[in-house]
Design a protein around this ligand. Structure first.
Ligand code: NAD
Length: 386
């Protein structure tokens, strides 16, 4: 084949390979009481090799470390005691911390087929995922991540992607499949802000694909947030399991995000630039509020449904406004970057016709500005009435 005036490909080889990836996420009540016989389901085969590289969120360990250590001992898991403890919070989602995990994996003598157990929230999940995906070009033995925040349990834990922050939120990362598990017992020690942050992602899944979940949030969300998921009633259980069901359905049909029209981009169109001024969940909530306003303005959503979304987000204790929404240049850059990420188009999902359904749009700066103005008007009117 001629490829220029003087050049010619004389021989060429092509390779194609497929790999099936299987991952599980589970909700377990009483994880720390699990028997060694049942542990395999969650932590893999412990008979052949009991060595596990263990890493945990430092705050989680301060609250639950004694029980977790006893649990690991009861299962006969051999790990470097104490485990590697890393801080949580967005400022800890760094290349340096991923490198630290890699260095500790080396010191531990973790093989390519060795096992890993992580305990923590979305930040540790992502840092560990990057490290485990890079170490020896990817740990094959299996990673179990115990999601100890609401946000991680209903989102990060079962998403295959992991990233650390660079100049931009989540700029560097990879896909690092993990099995995960959550037990609401750990949510007891979360502070109110972390619980609210988690609820923002629950609202996202409701808007993205489960209208009934939204009804449940509307009716029970504030109570369940106050109780930190500690009551085992059916609404509490559903508020944890339904978002995972919607999320897993989306991810299993589009695991590598090759399809860029993703309903779960809801809440993630502008939010990356709202961080770190706003926390992740709060940033997602603000993003969804703008989307609801734009959807209403475009005639996609009734005023009643728009107001239900705004009210519900408010009753969860999430802010309805932030000064970050006044920075038009920042908002413009957010959509520009979203389009770079999504193959040249924005694919902004907007609620459509009813809560739980979306349509995808390309937005102008005027659409976005109007959305912010409408939100501001709503908030100002509410404030003047109260
Ligand atoms: N990979 C993905 O697909 C994905 C999806 C959603 C979110 N994320 C990422 O997740 C991060 C946010 O996750 P997060 O909200 O869990 O934050 P986080 O991991 O920082 O945890 C929040 C706080 O809770 C503490 N903590 C954790 N478990 C605790 C417990 N049981 N009791 C007391 N304190 C505890 C942590 O130390 C931290 O201070 C963001 O960086 C976001 O980008 C990733």
């Amino acid at each position: 084949m001629k490829i220029g005036r003087k050049s010619m490909i004389t021989r060429q080889w092509a390779g194609t390979a497929t790999k099936t990836v299987t991952w599980r996420t589970s909700v377990v009540q009483g994880l720390l009481d699990i028997t060694p016989g049942d542990a395999e389901e969650i932590f893999g085969d412990l008979r052949a090799d009991r060595r596990r590289f263990v890493v945990a969120d430092a705050e989680l360990w301060a609250c639950h470390g004694d029980q977790i250590a006893l649990f690991l001992k009861r299962l006969g898991i051999e790990y470097g005691e104490p485990p590697l403890l890393l801080p949580g919070g967005e400022s800890a989602k760094t290349r340096e911390n991923a490198d630290r995990v890699i260095a500790e994996m080396d010191d531990f003598g973790l093989g390519r087929f060795g096992g890993v157990i992580g305990w923590g929230g979305g930040v540790l999940h992502d840092v560990l995922g990057v490290a485990a995906g890079e170490y020896r070009r990817g740990i094959r033995g299996g990673i179990t991540f115990v999601a100890t925040t609401v946000l991680c349990a209903v989102d990060a834990a079962f998403a295959l992607k992991c990233a650390v922050n660079g100049n931009w939120k989540n700029r560097v990362g990879l896909y690092s499949p993990m099995n995960s598990v959550c037990d609401p017992v750990f949510f007891r020690t979360l502070n109110d802000v972390d619980i609210r942050d988690g609820f923002a992602e629950i609202v996202k899944w409701a808007l993205a694909g489960d209208g009934h979940l939204f009804d449940l949030i509307e009716e029970h969300g504030a109570r369940v947030a106050n109780e930190k998921f500690q009551r085992g009633d059916s609404a509490t259980r559903s508020l944890l399991t339904r978002p995972i069901a919607v999320g897993m359905a989306e991810l299993t049909s589009n695991p590598w995000e090759d399809e860029t029209a993703r309903p779960s981009y809801l809440g993630h169109n502008w939010s990356p630039v709202f961080e770190p001024s706003e926390r992740h969940g709060q940033a997602v909530a603000l993003d969804m509020l703008i989307s609801a306003m734009i959807a209403w303005r475009k005639g996609f959503l009734s005023r009643a449904d728009r107001d239900r979304i705004v009210r519900t987000i408010g009753t969860l204790g999430l802010k309805l406004w932030s000064p970050v929404l006044e920075d038009r240049e920042l908002m413009r850059r957010a959509l520009w970057d979203a389009a770079l990420h999504r193959g040249g188009r924005q694919y902004v999902p907007l609620p459509y016709q009813e809560i739980g359904k979306v349509t995808f749009c390309e937005l102008t700066e005027t659409d976005v500005q109007r959305g912010c103005e409408d939100l501001y008007g709503y908030v100002a009117a509410e404030f003047s009435q109260s």
